[in-house]
Design a binder for this molecule. Structure first.
Ligand SMILES: Cc1cc2nc3c(=O)[nH]c(=O)nc-3n(C[C@H](O)[C@H](O)[C@H](O)COP(=O)(O)OP(=O)(O)OC[C@H]3O[C@@H](n4cnc5c(N)ncnc54)[C@H](O)[C@@H]3O)c2cc1C
Length: 445
C-alpha cells in the first residue's frame, strides 16, 4: 500500500491537490491500543491527527487540509463486536459500514436504518462525523438519531463515552468539565473529526417491518406549489417511506419527466390525508419502481453535448424557503448561468430531515443538483462559484450541503467546536477550524 492510496486514493471530494510533504505518517491501527499509541506519538511530536474512514465524505475534511499531520485510517477497525436483538442495539468498531452491519443482522430480520447511497463504503465513524442520512431520513432520522453512544480517544490520551445524555470518563474532573458545558452526542454529530478519534459505537437496530406501501406521483404547477405541499406533509407528520422530488430537468432529459413532481411511497393508511394535500396519481408497483429508477438515472445521464458535474451537490430547503422554492431555484439558476454552468437536473429527498449547526432539526427537501460543465473551467474557478453559492444559500435561508455540511460557513457549529476543543484538546483535524479554511480548500481544488 502506498501513501498516496491512503491520503488521496479514497477521497470523493473535489479537494485532492495535497502537499504530501506535510503528511508525516500514515497509520492503519487494528485496535484501540494501537490507535492510542499513534495519538501519543503525534501529540509528543506536535502533529495534527486526521481520522479517515471510507473517504466518501464530500467536504474535504478527511484530507486533513494543509496541516502537518498524521493520517489514521480506520478501515482495519471494523469488527462487529456484539449484537443484542432484544435490547435493539449492536456494538461495533468505527470502521464498519452500514452494509456490513446489515449483512450480519439481516438474517435475523433486523436492520440498521441509516441508508446513505454510500452505505457500502462509508464507515459508521465517518457517518456520525458528518451526521449522514439516507433517502428515508424523514422516517428513520440521521446518524445521530440512530446512535446510542460513541467511545472516543482524545489527544490527551483520555477515553470518553458520549451519549445524548452527556459524557462519561474515568477522569472525574474531565467528565465534570465536559458535562458542565453540556457536551453530548449532538456535538460529535457533524464534528468532522475535530474532537477526537471515535473507536467504538453502540447503534440502534430495529426489526424490518412488513407494512404495505402504496406508490404515487404528484405533478405541480411550479416549485412553490411543491414546496407548500411538502410543508403540509411535514406539518401532518405523514410517515412517507420514500419521497423524491424532481424540481428541474434540462430539455435534453425533460421528455421523460414533467417536473416539478413528487414520487412517494407511503403506508396505505395515509392515502386519504395525502389526497387532501395534493392530487396524487396512484402508481402500480412496477410504475413506482420505474419512477424510482428514473430518479436514480438522473445523476448517471449526460447532456447531448458536454458532461454533467455536481458543482455544489446539496441544498436544504426548509420552513419559509419551501414556500419560496421557485424564487430560490431561479436565483441559483441565474448564478450558475452567469458563470456559464447550465443547470441539468435538480432532484432530492423530500420530505427529509437534517440538523442545523445549533442542533435543531430541519425538515424539508435535501436537493441535489447537477450542472453541465463548461469546457475550460479550472478547479479554482469552480471553487469560486461554489463559494458564491454558499453565500446565496445564506441569503435565501437555505442550508448549504445539509448531508455532508459545508465546513467553513457554519459559524454556530464552528464556535461550539472551539469551545469543546478548549477542554478535549486541539490536535484533531485543526484546519477545519482555521479562519482560512476556505482558502486552504481553494488551494486544494
Ligand atoms: C456516491 C456517494 C453517495 C453519497 N451519498 C450520501 C447520502 O446519501 N447521504 C449522506 O449523508 N452522505 C452521502 N455521501 C457522503 C459520505 O458518504 C458521508 O459523508 C459519509 O459520512 C462519510 O463516511 P466515510 O467513512 O467515508 O468518512 P470520511 O470521508 O473518511 O471522513 C468524513 C469525516 O469523518 C471523520 N472521521 C472518519 N472516521 C472518524 C473516526 N473514527 N473518528 C473521528 N472522525 C472520523 C473524518 O476526519 C472526516 O472529517 C455520499 C458520498 C458519495 C461519494
Amino acid at each position: 500500500m502506498k501513501l498516496r492510496d491512503v491520503a488521496i486514493g479514497a477521497n470523493a471530494s473535489i479537494y485532492y491537490k495535497l502537499d504530501f510533504k506535510r503528511i508525516k505518517g500514515v497509520f492503519y491501527p487494528r485496535t484501540t491500543g494501537e490507535l492510542s499509541q499513534v495519538i501519543k506519538m503525534a501529540s509528543e511530536k506536535g502533529l495534527d491527527i486526521t481520522m479517515k474512514g471510507g473517504g466518501s465524505g464530500l467536504s474535504g475534511a478527511c484530507t486533513g487540509g494543509d496541516s502537518e499531520r498524521v493520517m489514521v485510517s480506520t478501515l482495519q477497525m471494523n469488527d462487529i463486536i456484539s449484537v443484542n436483538l432484544k435490547g435493539g442495539y449492536a456494538d461495533v468498531e468505527t470502521g464498519v459500514t452500514p452494509d456490513e452491519l446489515n449483512a450480519r443482522i439481516g438474517v435475523d430480520g433486523y436492520k440498521f436504518w441509516v441508508a446513505p447511497s454510500s452505505r457500502d463504503i462509508a464507515t459508521v465513524g465517518g457517518l456520525i462525523s458528518t451526521d449522514g442520512g439516507g433517502n428515508d431520513a424523514w422516517v428513520n432520522g440521521t446518524m445521530r438519531d440512530n446512535t446510542i453512544w460513541v467511545k472516543m480517544l482524545l489527544s490527551t490520551g483520555d477515553e470518553i463515552t458520549v451519549s445524548h445524555e452527556g459524557v462519561r470518563a474515568d477522569d472525574s474532573e474531565l467528565e465534570a468539565r465536559l458535562n458542565e458545558i453540556g457536551m453530548n452526542l449532538g456535538d460529535v454529530a457533524s464534528a468532522h473529526g475535530t474532537l477526537g478519534a471515535i473507536t467504538k459505537m453502540r447503534l440502534k437496530i430495529k426489526p424490518i417491518d412488513g407494512q404495505r406501501l402504496r406508490g404515487g406521483i404528484a405533478e405541480f404547477e411550479d416549485a412553490n406549489a411543491l414546496g407548500n405541499a411538502l410543508a403540509k406533509m411535514i406539518d401532518k407528520q405523514i410517515p412517507i417511506a420514500y419521497g423524491e422530488s424532481i424540481v428541474y430537468a434540462h430539455p435534453h432529459i425533460k421528455s421523460i419527466l414533467n417536473p416539478p413532481l413528487l414520487i412517494l411511497e407511503y403506508p396505505e393508511a395515509s392515502h386519504d390525508v395525502l389526497s387532501d394535500i395534493t392530487n396524487m396519481r396512484q402508481l402500480s408497483r412496477n410504475e413506482t419502481d420505474a419512477m424510482k429508477a428514473i430518479r436514480l438515472q438522473l445523476p448517471k445521464r449526460n447532456p447531448n453535448e458536454g458532461v454533467q458535474i455536481a458543482l455544489f451537490e446539496g441544498y436544504g430547503f426548509h420552513d419559509q424557503s419551501l414556500a419560496r422554492l421557485q424564487e430560490a431555484v431561479d436565483r441559483i439558476h441565474a448564478l450558475l448561468m452567469e458563470n456559464e454552468f447550465v443547470p441539468f437536473a435538480q432532484y432530492g429527498h423530500a420530505p427529509s430531515k437534517w440538523y442545523l449547526g445549533d442542533n435543531t432539526p430541519a425538515y424539508g427537501i435535501i436537493m441535489h443538483s447537477r450542472e453541465i460543465q463548461p469546457a475550460d473551467k479550472s478547479g479554482i474557478e469552480k471553487f469560486k462559484v461554489v463559494k458564491q453559492i454558499v453565500n446565496l444559500c445564506k441569503e435565501l435561508d437555505i442550508t448549504p450541503k445539509p448531508e455532508h455540511k459545508w465546513i467553513f460557513s457554519d459559524k454556530t457549529k464552528l464556535d461550539r467546536l472551539r469551545e469543546l476543543r478548549s477542554v478535549v484538546g486541539t490536535r484533531f483535524n485543526s484546519f477545519v477550524l482555521d479562519p482560512n479554511c476556505d482558502r486552504i480548500l481553494e488551494a486544494m481544488a
